[in-house]
Write a protein that binds this ligand. Structure first.
Ligand SMILES: Nc1nc2c(ncn2[C@@H]2O[C@H](COP(=O)(O)OP(=O)(O)O)[C@@H](O)[C@H]2O)c(=O)[nH]1
Ligand SMILES: [Mg+2]
Length: 458
């Protein structure tokens, strides 16, 4: 982290493993020299133009051996990702070859880049703020399309702009207060109402952002949904049907699933982690008993439950006990085996789960499985307008909460008739929090925390 920006860094920017193309990225004042040290253009002039693909060869200059063929592209600092001189070399995606290219680049004067160092340099060179840097990492690591879309918008500056707007409102407020202080005799008197309204507007905006973190976390981590029910009601069949593949073992005798299985599905861009587990009830095997105990814990911590019931037989005590046990959890009652004649007493079941949404399905034939997926999203999914700004990081949330606290304090002071000077002083305390949020105020610790989670080569 402490290395200067004076050196030139090099790394493989494509993911580890074999692939169609592998990209080496070089950034820093010597980028062109380092690139020339390992790559020969096919054109005899050897002249490198900005932003043009140059065909050529990866060459080991020490032994004069050509190792690969590919392209080179030069990005002058004004338009590059890092705002330094950047060269990218596109080779075949062979891990050994790419590692050798990096080794040769180091021999030619570059240094191996640290994780996230390209992005760190972009940030230090003023290319973007820290919120945008976080968004880049989020975008790369997104495990749902919805989150990727949000992260992309934040990378483009949507959240930074919003935060800047709030900060501006606070600065305006301070100007208002200071004017009142400077010219106490004049007509400049600021009405208390005007101040109160300005403060509460900012607080409302902060509230909305802070609240969005719940949705942000669901987007980042996905929703955990546990499939519960007594044995043999069709949990594993349903699990497989939701996955659209045969993952769990299904069998006509109870106790087939003794542990639990997790698989991810995406519904309209939202990641859901499905858990199939041993049925609750009388264990037929010690392993199953342990499976049930673990399953119980998982189900308790899940974001939502699919309580599966066999609609083709009469409900029994076990079904009702399960409904009782999870009475406090968000759930959908899934009446399975609806391809068979119905026999379960719905009223009795509903009396144990008043108001719970329910659906008829057949995990065997696939009837209503699509609708169930949609219901899961509606009932367990994070609710918000797609256009709303969403906070994805605890770091951001904590700073916003602290800013809100400061403004709430100012609000109370306004109510209690404190002098303008004291109120201004309090409100001013919120400004550095905004500075930390966007990274205008730099903290080595925060930088390390953020950039250490990046991949090498980004
Ligand atoms: N007719 C019918 N049979 C089903 C349905 N879903 C599951 N089954 C059968 O019920 C039995 C138990 O299913 P399984 O998924 O292992 O239940 P689990 O113990 O709850 O996981 C198997 O024989 C399944 O083929 C369904 O929708 N209709
Ligand atoms: Mg099972």
């Amino acid at each position: 982290m402490n290395q200067s920006l004076q050196d030139t860094i090099i790394a493989i920017s494509t993911p580890p493993g074999a692939g169609g193309i592998g990209i080496i990225r070089i950034s820093g004042p010597e980028a062109l020299e380092v690139a020339r040290g390992i790559f020969s253009l096919k054109e005899s002039s050897q002249e490198i133009f900005p932003r043009r693909m140059h065909f050529g060869y990866l060459v080991d200059r020490e032994v004069g051996e050509t190792l690969d063929v590919g392209y080179l592209c030069y990005f002058p600092s004004a338009i590059s990702y890092t705002r330094e001189e950047v060269v990218e070399i596109y080779l075949h995606g062979s891990p050994v070859l790419l590692a050798e290219a990096v080794r040769m680049g180091i021999r030619a004067g570059a240094r191996q880049a640290n994780p996230g160092e390209f992005t760190l340099r972009a940030y230090l060179n003023g290319r973007f703020d820290i919120i945008q840097a976080e968004a880049i990492n989020d975008l790369i690591r997104a495990c749902s399309l919805d989150q990727a879309k949000i992260s992309f918008r934040q990378l483009e500056g949507s959240l930074s702009k919003k935060i800047a707007g709030l900060r501006e409102k606070i600065v305006d407020l301070l100007v208002l207060l200071e004017t009142a202080l400077e010219f106490p005799e004049e007509e400049h008197e600021v009405s208390g109402d005007q101040l109160r309204e300005a403060v509460s507007t900012v607080i409302t905006h902060l509230d909305n952002l802070i609240r969005s973190y719940e949705r942000g976390r669901a987007l980042m981590e996905g929703l955990t949904i546990a499939i519960v029910g007594r044995t043999n009601v069709g949990k594993s069949t349903l699990f497989n049907a939701l996955l659209e593949e045969d993952r769990a073992i299904v069998a006509p005798f109870p106790g087939t699933t003794r542990d639990f299985i997790r698989e991810n599905i995406q519904v309209d861009g939202v990641l859901m982690k499905l858990i199939d587990m041993a049925g609750f009830g009388q264990a037929t095997h010690p392993v199953e008993e342990e499976g049930m105990a673990r399953g119980q814990k998982l189900a308790e911590n899940a974001d939502g439950l699919l309580v599966v019931l066999d609609a083709s037989v009469r409900e029994n005590q076990e079904d009702l006990e399960i409904l009782d046990r999870f009475s406090g959890k968000k759930k959908i009652l899934v009446f399975n085996k609806s391809d068979l004649p119905p026999a379960a007493d719905r009223e009795k079941i509903f009396s144990k789960a008043p108001g719970a949404p329910f659906i008829e399905v057949s995990a065997l034939t696939g009837y209503n499985i699509d609708r169930l997926r949609k219901s899961m999203l509606e009932i367990f999914g994070p609710k918000a307008e797609k256009q709303d700004e969403v906070i994805l990081h605890g770091r951001q949330k904590i700073l916003l909460e602290r800013a809100r606290e400061v403004l709430q304090k100012a609000q109370i002071m306004l109510e209690e008739g404190f002098g303008e000077e004291l109120i201004a002083e309090t409100i001013r305390e919120s400004l550095p929090l905004f500075g930390q949020l966007t990274g205008e105020i730099r903290s080595q610790e925060v930088l390390e925390q953020i950039f250490n989670t990046f991949c090498i080569g980004k």
